[in-house]
Design a protein around this ligand. Structure first.
Ligand code: NAD
Length: 451
């Protein structure tokens, strides 16, 4: 167990903050999570995860019981008692396409007075625009009265997070790299020490053969690494989707093409799955924010714009395929399999399913949905019918569309499903099914970039 526990505050207990808080507590630190959403706080205090993340809830309960993880909605209580403060609040897309940093500004202002009572290390784990580290320093300096400025001591570190929802705990505890950017030697030393149990894999359940790399950079480079990583991954998906679209026209099979190119180590197999395109809380907003930043500095990032455009196009292709097969969609019943932007999460942010629902409803189609964990769309999409399971979804449907490749859909009885449908049509938006299996049940199968 960790011999020198640090006192850590995690501000914002969403997907990233909760994972951060649980994992730092798990490796032996004293952690307090600060959250303004009272419903989330009540749940977290009771050991209930306010979202879906496999494996996280038992660890949350263990850490609460061990006494090294607490939650509060009181900023003073959380910040004053901590030496390292992680900012994990959301940085969503603003109406004008930049990152909305209002939550960040508000949190930094609440940290400022506490920098006069002892050294604070402020770590941005949220994805923040390049230059935010210096902006945070300025905000703190500006918000302190003149007589207190000289007693304020703090350092800022950028520590971008690369976890994937659905495997967040694994990614946090067994990362490929930890990036720390700062100009403050004291803060860098503190945060490096904090990560020591993960770097050395010395915590219970640590894997000796894994040696996460520590990468130390300037603040700006660390902030840019996160944007560049997301932009690259999204571009890789848009690239394979573009090749898939060409395959559709010339008769190639994108699965074979992806395998063939992915064997080249310079390319790699991952993120070469053609389909409906990327979504989620990060890719879209981060690429848009990067495009806006580039434009502010007089550069037009054409590749990034193409990445976004191809992704938008890809979503609409599902509608085109339905129209090709069914002709008029008005009055047709379409069943969407999956809602969340990817499996093993309940996250609906920028989920392709939401675009599909809107577009299909505009055509006059009746949309039914089934997702293993998302059972409610709130006020939006009031006309969407929620099915209880795939059988229910298929009953009377003119087409099924696979939107999210949940494991729950991997072993379906296509004969039974086909018997219940009005038309045996499957649009496989993730290329997740074997066409032969579905075709053997009399289905018309339409994938992405497949003959
Ligand atoms: P989220 O919306 O799930 O969580 C943010 C939390 O911050 C919310 O619970 C919100 O109530 C809370 N919050 C906002 N203002 C607050 C305040 N003043 N005081 C206390 N709490 C406050 O967001 P998320 O998905 O966890 O993402 C957080 C950041 O991490 C974003 O910048 C995102 O881009 C980045 N990120 C996300 C992922 C991911 O997979 N979700 C991965 C890597 C990085």
């Amino acid at each position: 167990m960790n011999k020198t526990p640090a006192r850590v505050c995690v501000i914002g207990t969403g997907y990233v903050g909760t994972t951060t808080a649980i994992c730092f507590a798990h490796v032996g630190h004293q952690v307090i999570g600060l959250e303004k959403d009272l419903d989330k706080i009540t749940k977290l205090k009771a050991g209930i995860l306010p979202f879906v993340e496999p494996g996280a809830e038992p660890m949350l309960k263990d850490c609460l019981q061990a006494g090294n993880l607490r939650f509060t909605d009181n900023p003073s209580e959380a910040i004053s008692s901590s030496e390292i403060i992680f900012i994990c609040v959301g940085t969503p897309l603003s109406a004008t396409g930049e990152a909305d940093v209002e939550a960040l500004r508000s949190v930094v202002t609440s940290i400022a007075p506490h920098t006069t009572t002892g050294y604070k290390t402020i770590v941005t784990k949220s994805t923040v625009p390049v230059g935010s580290g210096d902006w945070i320093t300025m905000l703190i300096e500006d918000s302190l009265p003149t007589q207190e400025k000289s007693t304020s001591t703090f350092g800022v570190v950028s520590n971008p997070e690369f976890l994937r929802e659905g495997v967040a705990i694994h990614d946090f505890l067994f990362p490929e790299r930890i990036v720390l950017g700062s100009s403050s030697p004291i803060s860098i030393t503190q945060v490096t020490k904090l990560y020591d149990p993960i770097l050395q894999q010395s915590f219970p359940g640590g894997q000796e053969e894994i040696k996460p790399r520590l990468i130390q950079t300037t603040l700006e480079s660390a902030e840019m690494i996160k944007y560049a990583a997301n932009a690259f991954l999204a571009t890789k998906i848009s690239f394979i989707n573009e090749i898939a679209n060409i395959c559709e026209r010339i008769g190639g099979d994108i699965a074979q093409v992806a395998e063939g190119i992915g064997m080249d180590e310079r390319i790699g197999q991952q993120f070469l799955n053609a389909g409906i395109g990327w979504g989620g809380s990060c890719f879209g907003k981060d690429i848009m924010a990067l495009i806006r930043t580039a434009e502010e500095y007089g550069y037009s990032p054409q590749l990034l714009e193409a990445t976004v455009n191809i992704n938008q196009f890809q979503r609409t292709q599902i509608i085109r395929k339905l129209q090709d097969e069914l002709k008029i969609l008005k009055g047709k019943r379409i069943g969407l399999m999956g809602l969340s932007f990817k499996p093993n999460t309940d996250d609906l942010r920028d989920a392709p399913a939401l675009t599909l629902i809107d577009r299909l409803q505009n055509t006059g189609a009746r949309v039914s949905v089934f997702d293993p964990v998302v059972t409610d769309l709130g006020k939006r999409n009031a006309h969407v019918v929620f099915a209880q399971n795939v059988i229910d979804l298929a009953t009377g449907a003119d087409a099924l569309v696979l939107v999210t490749e949940w494991n729950d859909f991997s072993d379906l009885d296509w004969d039974k499903i086909g018997d219940l449908m009005r038309t045996r049509l499957l649009i496989d938006g993730r290329n997740a099914f074997h066409p032969e299996t579905v075709q053997a049940a009399g289905f018309r199968y339409v994938g992405v970039g497949r003959p």
